[in-house]
Ligand binder design. Structure first.
Ligand code: AHR
Length: 487
């Protein structure tokens, strides 16, 4: 039995844990988001309306842009001004295709406006200059008169935008410049100096953090530049095989690959704990956030697609992976203030897939949907059954509990492929109202949505719950996520 004690609320679950990442990569920005003002696909100011409506429904809190590896070769000035005059470039990281620069700063803020989401921009350290980064921040945020503010006005935007989050480089240990930790830490110190606060709003500065278990990177960054940053990032992808050269198929896999995927996903907990422990040493007050600004599944690309486009299908396995990650982020949300799944549309573990005018929601999208009531809620450290670790139900089960607006949200995941999980949840008071009872399940391990069958995997009402006073008795089938919201 899971026991929820009154007052077991420990920390807030920032809604930004449900952030997204949209890079100039494959068909994420172009086709997935931006179709242009002359497109026959329904759009508002060039941004497709079906995608915006779907993303608004899962309350996307913020969007990280423009990359990724792309960020360190992006020169923002090429992406402003009349679109017909913007120079094209080659996207050397991703497929060698022509990047038209049609989607730039103004289009990004238009997207955020339509989504009602916050900005998180990653600046170019790898191949850009300090002045270029300074100018971008000035262009976006300075009210009044200055060369960059005047340029913005000439481009049709009188008021500055809000820029709450700014990343200083991306994967500077790899595609962002192959730097050593000390080299980057010194670059960070210099570049961040010129990420100036022009308006009322402070800019939360995020330093490039470690790849997976590179704890030395975290140590050096915190020791050398910890006092100058607000957040430090971490990137960790779930690759079923653990091998970059043959990661595994998104849809064609067996039991062994399923469980390998679950195990590799759960390694996130160790990474969060160990990176946090290093941060605690330098920053015991937990001022600096751990920002997991890239996570998700990474499989072999869909056969027949450009391998540089990182297109992959998305099954109930991906939804379960998302739920397990959310559970870990909730538990560590005293340090983990934001995360960004990679990526929002048509790339890696996407929410949405598009094909011309058509769009489908993936199982991962529905996992996000099932967790919306956890946004900005209090994490409740509910006690597991004797013998289970906190948050776990036996070998395959997991739970997370939060509290907000006088109601508890309880999510239970069965990450197994075999038996149902039977679990009782004891709440501090009698249940009087069931606000939501939903289940996301797959008929098979690789159940997924296609353009021909877009609703194969989608939430249904959850009926397998008996309420007995203050107790919920749940039966959660294999490969399922259940969310109950009760007051
Ligand atoms: O998300 C795809 C790529 O993965 C990003 O561009 C890069 O930061 C990471 O290696």
């Amino acid at each position: 039995m899971i026991t929820v004690a009154e007052g077991a609320r420990t920390h807030r679950i920032d809604r930004r844990i449900y952030g997204q990442f949209a890079e100039h990569l494959g068909r994420c920005i172009y086709e997935g988001i931006w179709v242009g003002e002359d497109s026959p696909i329904p759009h508002r100011n060039g941004i497709r309306s079906d995608v915006v409506a779907a993303l608004r429904a899962i309350k996307v809190p913020l969007v990280r842009w423009p990359g990724g590896c792309f960020a360190d070769e992006y020169h923002w000035q090429r992406g402003v001004g009349p679109r017909s005059e913007r120079p094209a470039m080659i996207n050397t990281h991703w497929g060698g295709v022509v990047e038209s620069n049609a989607f730039g700063t103004h289009e990004y803020f238009e997207l955020l406006h339509q989504l009602d989401a916050e900005a998180y921009i990653t600046g170019n350290v790898g191949s850009g200059t300090v002045a270029e980064m300074r100018d971008w921040v000035e262009y976006i945020t300075l009210d009044g008169t200055s060369p960059m503010a005047d340029l913005r006005k000439r481009h049709g935007r009188e008021q500055p935008w809000r820029l709450p989050f700014f990343g200083v480089g991306n994967e500077s240990w790899g595609c962002g410049g192959h730097m050593t930790p000390l080299h980057y830490a010194n670059h960070y110190r210099q570049y961040q100096t010129y990420v100036r606060r022009y308006g009322e709003l402070p800019i939360y500065k995020i330093a490039c953090g470690a790849n997976n278990d590179d704890y030395e990177w975290t140590e050096v960054l915190m020791a050398t530049a910890g006092t100058l940053m607000d957040g430090l990032s971490l990137h960790y992808y779930t690759i079923p095989s653990g091998e970059w050269d043959a990661k595994g198929s998104a849809t064609d896999f067996g039991e062994r690959e399923w469980y390998a995927t679950i195990d590799r996903t759960r390694q996130m907990a160790t990474l969060l704990e160990r990176h946090s422990a290093i941060m605690d040493k330098h920053d015991p007050a937990k001022r600096v956030g751990l920002i997991v600004d890239e996570w998700g599944t990474w499989y072999d690309p869909t056969p027949g697609t450009n391998p540089g486009f990182l297109h992959q299908q998305n099954t109930i396995r991906d939804a379960v992976v998302a739920a397990l990650n959310f559970n870990m982020f909730h538990r560590h949300a005293d340090r983990v203030r934001m995360t960004n799944i990679a990526q929002m549309v048509n790339v890696l573990q996407a929410m949405l897939l598009t094909d011309g005018p058509d769009m489908i929601r993936t199982p991962t999208y529905w996992a996000f949907d099932l967790y919306t009531d956890h946004h900005d809620a209090w994490f409740v450290d509910a006690r597991p059954a004797p013998g289970d670790a906190p948050g776990r139900i036996g070998v395959h089960g997991e739970y997370t509990v939060s509290w907000r607006d006088d109601a508890y949200t309880i999510s239970v995941t069965n990450a197994g492929l075999g038996a149902d999980i039977h679990v009782d949840v004891e709440l501090p008071a009698r249940v009087t109202t069931v606000h939501r009872a939903a289940i996301l399940s797959g008929d098979s391990a690789s159940s997924h949505n296609t353009f021909a069958a877009p609703d194969t995997v989608r939430p249904a009402d959850f009926a397998d719950c008996k309420i007995d006073g203050s107790r919920l008795r749940l039966a959660v089938p294999a490969r399922s996520i259940v969310t109950m919201r009760v007051g």
